[in-house]
Design a protein around this ligand. Structure first.
Ligand code: FAD
Length: 427
């Protein structure tokens, strides 16, 4: 219509933490925002629990907090920060020469700055709740991106749980994965691909841009465990307090050559823990799960007592054993119509605790470029070009640092050189 200013129509693919924050930034700019998520709404109890594929607890750092801060959502920021538990340093668990259990606190920062433990699902829910208050955002669950033409600006989504007679305009259906899926076609000005490490948005973008792509798996699998809140007769470490079985204000590490066990505090006074070990170690334990407790006692002294010997084998057997993928690609965009963010652009091993933080930061950075110039397709193309130019080297660097920190966490924290450096810093 002559005289009517065209509103930017933006499709966000994936409603994980990065997709939800991207949608919030786009909505704050008055764009028409549609968020398409493959899974059901994680706020519904029937949706597959997050720890089926993702760690429940994460370390949220200033990088991620700043991105939330700049979303112009002060209430949301308060909610997020209030739900976090400060972690002032690492607690290294071990054994002295006499077989006594030891705990050694290594603070993260001489000036008292700290990282925070956050429940990934809770953070995601808070972001979705905030989005739902905005009139220019549509949340569409059970919608899987199946194709995108970044020149014609058309995308296709498979709607799960919609019978063939349903109207494509009616997005508010109750998802029923048993019903036959149907594909819908959607127009867009810009796709923000935030659909994780196995991104379909990236896959389709690659057909339009000459994208360099590198993917690797490391020979380490991970499995989640839980330490329950402490009770009067449960095992505690000397640093335990406030109903937690060990210090609530540390990221706990049991280092052990090529293996590592970590624990992060949760609001309910439990700890979400992760075992990282080579594939062969997992295979041996899968073949004979009765060895799990012994394995813990040999490699991570004291951890089995905190986990409770009765449940440790069950947790190993019932929780999934998952791989760790690392992805680098360049560029992260195509023309004025497509850009990938978060794990879709740079999945990394989790040892630097920065995967999600870096993804949230992507959102802040891409919108800082779009804010300078997003009104026209030419302006958007220039903004996305500048974004890729800035972000690709940063993403590659943090990816490499994450690899490097694996050594630091499972061995370096005990090396004499590290301990000497720490002493000098403290002095
Ligand atoms: P995801 O969380 O993967 O979300 C992608 C979304 O897209 C999902 O909801 C998915 O269902 C949806 N989707 C997928 N395909 C489609 C499709 N075709 N169509 C529509 N939707 C689709 N990071 C930290 O910052 N700190 C930590 O301490 C930390 N610890 C970690 C520990 C472990 C063991 C692991 C494995 C990771 C850790 N990470 C950590 C990394 C962090 O989990 C990820 O970086 C973060 O979840 C990425 O968020 P995302 O929104 O980009 O992708």
């Amino acid at each position: 219509m002559a005289g009517t200013r065209h509103k930017t129509k933006c499709l966000v693919v994936g409603a994980g933490p990065v997709g939800a924050l991207s949608a919030l930034y786009a909505a704050r700019r008055g764009w028409d925002v549609e968020v398409y998520e493959l899974r059901g709404d994680l706020r519904n109890k029937s949706t597959t629990p997050l720890n089926f594929t993702k760690s429940i607890n994460l370390a949220l750092s200033e990088r991620g907090i700043e991105a939330i801060r700049q979303s112009d959502s002060p209430k949301l920021l308060d909610l997020v920060l209030n739900s976090c538990i400060p972690m002032h340093g690492r607690m290294i668990h071990g054994q002295d020469g006499h077989g006594n259990l030891t705990e050694e606190s290594q603070s993260y920062d001489n000036h008292g700055r700290y990282i925070r433990a956050v429940d990934r699902g809770a953070l995601n829910k808070m972001l979705l709740d905030e989005l739902e208050t905005l009139p220019n955002v549509k949340l569409l669950f059970h919608h899987k991106l199946t194709g995108a033409d970044f020149n014609r600006r058309k995308a296709w989504f498979e709607q799960k749980g919609v019978s063939r007679s349903s109207s494509p305009e009616n997005h508010s259906f109750e998802g029923n994965p048993l019903k036959r899926a149907r594909e819908i076609e959607v127009d867009f000005d810009l796709i923000l691909g935030c659909d994780g490490a196995y991104s379909a948005a990236r896959f389709h973008l690659m057909k339009f841009v000459h994208m360099d792509y590198e993917q690797s798996y490391i020979d380490t699998l991970w499995c989640e465990f839980r330490i329950d809140p402490s009770t009067s007769n449960s095992v505690k470490t000397p640093s335990a307090r406030d109903g937690f079985a060990t210090s609530p204000n540390h990221l706990h590490i049991w280092p052990s050559s090529d293996k590592m066990f970590i624990a992060i505090p949760s609001e309910d006074k439990s700890f979400t823990c992760t075992l990282f070990a080579p594939g062969a170690t997992f295979k041996a334990l899968e073949n004979d799960p009765s060895q799990v407790e012994l394995f813990f006692n040999v490699n991570f002294p004291g951890a089995a007592d905190l986990l409770g010997s009765a449940g440790i084998q069950k947790q190993f057997e019932s929780n999934p054993h998952l791989p760790l993928i690392s992805i680098k690609c360049a560029p992260h965009h195509y023309g004025s119509t497509g850009v990938i963010l978060g794990d879709a652009a740079h999945a990394m091993v989790p040892f630097y605790g920065q995967g999600m933080n870096a993804g949230l930061e992507d959102v802040r950075v891409v919108f800082s470029h779009l804010d300078a110039n997003a009104a026209t397709p030419e302006g958007r193309a220039a903004a996305l070009e500048a974004y890729s130019k800035e972000r690709v080297p940063d993403a590659h660097t943090i990816n490499d640092l994450a690899f490097a920190n694996y050594w630091e966490m499972h061995a370096g924290v005990r090396s004499p050189l590290y301990l000497l450096r720490k002493k000098i810093e403290e002095f």
